[in-house]
Design a protein around this ligand. Structure first.
Ligand code: NAP
Length: 250
């Protein structure tokens, strides 16, 4: 079932591939205007744009910027407002995994992980809060991870950033609730995308054994949860972390 997003503009970061592309498609099916952000993969971004247009988006446009760059985020939100209106919904999905044992983690990798995965969310939340307040409402969904709640060896920088997103979600949910802006998070388990494509088959089999539903998730599994939280059907839900992980962590 597609939720109804007619008349709404949705900004999805990291929309060129994987989970973000599936999220952009879900909003397109609901009739939204979709602003698709990406970092640098223009071929993937153009493919995502074409699919979003075919899926029924009212309007759609690509925005290339680095979510870690605060000035670029502020400028992008202004461009989206001018081009498509809103934004009424922000989905902070862009993320990177720089995996390394903690003793081998370089300062630059630690800092980059936090800047993209956590500060990127803050940059865009700050930028959209003014137009959302002016519109007297809005919805923000941050895509965190199961490892932000349960940790994972070799992912200290990623897990720290993903846990940080949960605190950010709850603090901003409290701060913006009186303005009718809801802020939630979705915490995916292991999802079959480019990010996990490098996992050896043996590791995937081992992971699957830890998942009660006995499979890796799909990008579409996450997209429908994000769309629900952004929809009017979730109008009394804020500050929530919705786990979509096949039961891997309860
Ligand atoms: P993915 O397939 O690697 O795609 C990453 C997306 O983020 C791409 O669209 C990429 O753009 C964009 N991106 C990366 N760095 C960016 C930056 N600095 N600024 C703007 N865009 C940037 O990743 P995914 O698996 O779909 O993951 C999406 C989100 O889900 C991430 O936040 C991730 O942490 C989270 N998550 C994933 C899993 C999983 O198992 N896959 C599990 C839990 C949580 P380009 O195409 O231009 O590079």
């Amino acid at each position: 079932m597609a939720f109804d997003f007619k008349g709404k503009t949705v900004l999805v970061t990291g929309a060129s591939r994987g989970i973000g592309r599936a999220i952009a498609l879900e909003f397109a099916r609901g009739g939204a205007s979709v602003a698709l952000n990406y970092a640098g993969n223009a071929a993937a971004a153009n493919e995502a744009l074409a699919l979003v247009q075919q899926a029924g988006a009212a309007k759609a446009k690509l925005y290339q910027f680095d979510v870690a760059d605060p000035a670029a985020c502020a400028a992008a939100v202004e461009s989206v407002a001018a081009d498509l209106g809103g934004p009424h919904v922000l989905v902070n999905n862009a993320g990177i995994a720089i995996d390394q044992l903690v003793m081998r983690t370089k300062d630059e990798d630690w800092n980059r992980s936090l800047q993209v995965n956590l500060t990127g969310n803050f940059n865009l939340i700050r930028a959209v809060s003014r137009p959302m307040m002016k519109a007297r409402g809005g919805a923000i969904v941050n895509v965190t991870s199961v490892v932000g709640e349960m940790g994972n060896a070799g992912q200290a920088a990623y897990a720290a950033a993903k846990a940080g997103q949960i605190g950010l979600t709850k603090a901003v949910a409290r701060e913006l609730a009186s303005r009718n802006i809801r802020v939630n998070a979705v915490a995916p388990g292991y999802i079959d995308t480019d990010m996990t494509a490098g996992l050896p088959e043996a590791a995937k089999t081992k992971l699957t054994e830890m998942i009660p539903l006995s499979r890796l998730g799909t990008a579409a599994d996450i997209a429908s949860a994000v769309a629900f939280l952004a929809s009017d059907q979730a109008s009394y839900v804020t500050g929530e972390v919705l786990r979509v992980n096949g039961g891997m962590y309860m």
